[in-house]
Design a protein around this ligand. Structure first.
Ligand code: HPA
Length: 268
């Protein structure tokens, strides 16, 4: 996608040189309040950016400082289930790379399938399974952006995971670790699907993150990702899931996630 106008516009608004960007998932917008020297731009004002067709969809592009570190925060993401193409879903990653971003932090709400998980837990994503049946890199490869066949042996940076684990210990935030299964949604899973995904090796399931991680790795960026466990799909104990519940639990666990990311910033 042509991003020349978008990048030019955003560069003109940029007052600093961020190397880190954070994409916030559902219910995790609380981080925004912690950003200092904040410049907030509604997505609809950004030229050639995605115009949301979804009712009530809000989104802002934010420049600022988090714990004294220059940062870009995207409050609101585009999901595949909304009808966007994989290229549209990963457009923010393409733009962030052009703006000089080297590290991406992704957050999401996810259903927990690992029997040791509880609602409100935070899981560091240490690997993923792409179950979208699609891939943002399908089609002609832009060789100047990245390789035709990108390596995915370390999709989630071990170095950043280590920093997160050490930080969690220091500030007394318990962290789970596991594999994230990325699915299209928008249905939550049937008990049989949760069971299958767990047998396939996943600890949590959600409807985002995987396309962005693939696009970021393709462009040589480091990725760190966190899931807030908002509902459980544990074998024999599948509970009813709803969007309201997901938003409520994400908001409840949000401050823990925000504190972790805040404390990690100067170490990244
Ligand atoms: N399944 C898929 N996506 C989700 C879930 C879930 O249980 N919870 C939050 N996002």
């Amino acid at each position: 996608m042509n991003i020349d106008k978008t990048v030019k516009y955003l560069k003109e608004k940029m007052t600093n040189r961020p190397k880190i960007a954070i994409i916030l998932g559902s219910g995790l917008g609380g981080l925004v309040d912690k950003i200092k020297e904040r410049i907030e731009i509604p997505y609809r004002e950004i030229p050639d950016f995605i115009v949301s067709t979804v009712k009530g969809h809000k989104g802002t592009w934010i420049f600022g400082k988090l714990n004294n570190v220059d940062v870009i925060v995207l409050n609101g993401r585009f999901h595949y289930y909304e009808g966007y193409s994989m290229k549209e879903v990963t457009l923010p990653i393409q733009i962030l790379k052009e703006l000089g971003i080297e590290k991406i932090i992704l957050s999401n709400a996810a259903g927990g399938m690992n029997p040791t998980f509880k609602i409100g837990d935070i899981m560091i994503i240490n690997d993923h399974i792409n179950f979208f049946g699609n891939n943002p890199l399908l089609g002609p490869n832009e060789d100047n952006e990245g390789p035709r066949f990108p390596d995915m042996s370390e999709a989630y940076s071990k170095k950043l995971i280590k920093i997160a684990l050490e930080t969690g210990k220091k500030i007394n935030i318990h962290l789970q670790q596991g594999v994230y299964m990325g699915v299209t949604g928008p249905c939550f899973e049937t008990p049989a699907e949760y069971r299958m995904f767990h047998y396939m090796g996943a600890d949590a399931v959600g409807m985002s993150t995987v396309p962005e991680t693939i696009a970021a790795k393709h462009r040589g960026m480091e990725v760190f990702a966190l899931s807030v466990i908002t509902d459980l799909g544990i074998i024999g104990k599948v509970e009813k899931a709803s969007h309201e519940e997901v938003l409520k639990e994400a908001a409840a666990a949000g401050p823990k996630m925000v504190q972790l990311v805040y404390e990690m910033m100067p170490q990244l």
